[in-house]
Design a protein around this ligand. Structure first.
Ligand code: ADP
Length: 153
């Protein structure tokens, strides 16, 4: 059976931390669907189109990596794609607590059909987050060492 994982997130914008998780996930999965979960009630720095474009540029030429967007529950999106795995990254204890609750919920919601697989942040990447990137951008700082080349404003 093909191993398909959804890597869900806001990707507002994609960072080198996200890229690292996908690169390492490639050794575990046949296909990875990097999916922007779009929440109409949340406000973003970058539009859905911009975030999609950053992802498409970053992963162009990556074997088995696709880009998509969805609204609603991540597990419903996974089912629609035939994906049995959710890929997530862990940076720190706060991520762990948050992710634990979501992973248990998702597993229960799907009758244990969908497992969440966690990869530890790469060394030197644990401090990178989209929110820090947004802060640096808002304040006209140099953000380029935190994000893939595709993210240029
Ligand atoms: P969300 O809004 O769902 O948290 P993000 O785009 O912020 O979406 O993050 C998506 C996933 O990427 C999460 O699992 C997050 O823990 C992971 N991630 C983000 N930054 C890093 C990083 N520097 N190292 C490892 N994983 C990361």
């Amino acid at each position: 059976m093909e191993r398909i994982a959804v890597f869900p997130g806001s990707f507002d914008p994609i960072t080198l931390g996200h890229l690292d998780i996908v690169e390492r996930g490639q050794t575990l999965f046949d296909r990875i669907i990097v999916a922007i979960g779009h929440n109409a009630l949340k406000s973003y720095m970058f539009t859905l189109e911009q975030r999609m474009a950053f992802l498409e540029d970053t992963f162009a030429g990556f074997d088995g990596v696709e880009i998509d967007t969805y609204q609603g529950l991540t597990v419903d999106f996974c089912k629609s794609k035939g994906a049995n795995f959710i890929l997530r990254g862990l940076r720190n204890p706060a991520d762990f607590e948050f992710e634990k609750a979501i992973a248990h919920t998702n597993r229960t919601l799907t009758n244990r059909e969908i497992e969440t697989v966690f990869l530890l942040t790469g060394s030197g990447k644990s401090f990178i987050s989209s929110s820090i990137v947004r802060d640096v951008i808002r304040n006209n700082g140099n953000y380029t060492f935190l994000v893939p080349d595709a993210v240029r404003i």
